[in-house]
Design a protein around this ligand. Structure first.
Ligand SMILES: [Zn+2]
Ligand SMILES: [Zn+2]
Length: 333
């Protein structure tokens, strides 16, 4: 596809305009051009919009999307024109030490869509085929726009190594936490969720949480085999340590805004296993498989759908934590 497209352009923190620009074309043999159907608003977009993350302007943000392939380079074999696809947010280089040892999510030279390369709050995007994944038609664009957050939750669960009947406590019923809840259940875990928002706890229940705890109101002596901290605030980091059973596992996936003090003595005495989890690592195919077989779903996670003209409003709904996942519907522009 050639011609012009509409874009949402950030010109500075909290400043933006909509304009038109040439549609990006196929440059490399392995490029895939996609017309975007829907895009999700991520916490990262909110941080950039509010100037809390360094960014050069003007710039197009956004990295969570689904769309239809409109053109492919001559060497592309993975997808064809007309395929319904999503794309990864991080492009690993494939050759650095981290990539070569199977940790592409920690690539020292990674490019990040909507941060270091232009994002998807525009009608078309061009991506190397390696980071594009075909998805089943049964997944609605609304649900598909939440996939990127889902794979992050899936990675956190995979870092925990859940065994059947493990009691898994998740802090934070946002998009990553609610996806992690479903993925942990698929792996046989009995899942418990803690959050400060009662509506989100109700959704956690609908998605199969065995019990929910409001504002971290967890009985003092209650211990869990696995804890996934998807909130990343000082209190949840500390509660993760105090509620983890001896030799249990904690995965920190929520990114703390500042350093947090923890009682290392507890970690040592109870032989706690502490893991970080960031982005995802070669987990798209397995995640899409879970989605396509209906074992997990994003329908309840994508709580708000707004037209293309209302991207600032969608960012605001996410910033105020009214939306779990706010989705931009490109068919309305
Ligand atoms: Zn994201
Ligand atoms: Zn690399």
């Amino acid at each position: 596809m050639t011609g012009t497209m509409k874009r949402f352009v950030l010109t500075g923190p909290g400043e933006y305009h909509y304009d038109t620009a040439p549609i990006p074309g196929i440059e490399k043999d392995t490029d895939v051009q996609t017309k975007i159907l829907a895009a999700g608003i991520c916490g990262t977009d909110v941080h950039i919009f509010h100037g809390r993350r360094a960014q050069e302007f003007p710039f197009v943000i956004g990295h969570e999307y689904v769309g239809i392939v409109t053109a492919v380079g001559p060497a592309v074999t993975k997808v064809k024109v007309g395929d319904y696809v999503t794309g990864e947010a991080n492009y690993s280089c494939g050759v650095c030490q981290q990539c070569a040892t199977g940790h592409g999510n920690l690539c020292v030279d990674k490019k990040i869509v909507g941060i270091t390369v232009p994002g998807v709050f525009q009608e078309y995007t061009v991506v190397p085929e390696r980071y594009v994944w075909k998805i089943p038609e049964s997944i609605s664009p609304r649900e598909g726009a939440a996939i990127e957050a889902g794979v992050v939750g899936f990675h956190a669960v995979n870092r925990a190594n859940v065994h059947a009947a493990d009691r898994v406590l998740i802090f934070g019923a946002g998009s990553v936490g609610l996806w992690a809840l479903q993925c942990a259940r698929v792996q046989g875990g009995r899942v418990f969720v803690s959050d400060v928002n009662k509506e989100r706890l109700a959704i956690a229940k609908e998605l199969g949480a065995e019990e929910v705890f409001y504002t971290g109101d967890i009985p003092v002596d209650e211990k869990f085999d696995i804890i996934i901290d998807a909130a990343g605030v000082p209190i949840t980091v500390q509660q993760s340590i105090s509620h983890c059973r001896d030799h249990g596992t904690i995965v920190f996936v929520g990114i703390c805004a500042e350093p947090v003090e923890i009682d290392m003595c507890q970690v040592t005495r109870h032989e706690l296993n502490l893991h970080g989890a960031v982005a995802s690592n070669a987990e798209y195919p397995a995640f899409i498989q879970l989605l396509s077989t209906g074992q997990i779903s994003g329908e309840k996670i994508s709580t708000h759908v707004l037209p293309f003209e209302e991207i600032p409003k969608a960012i605001d709904l996410k910033a105020k934590q009214i939306a779990i996942k706010a989705v931009i519907d490109f068919s309305t522009k």
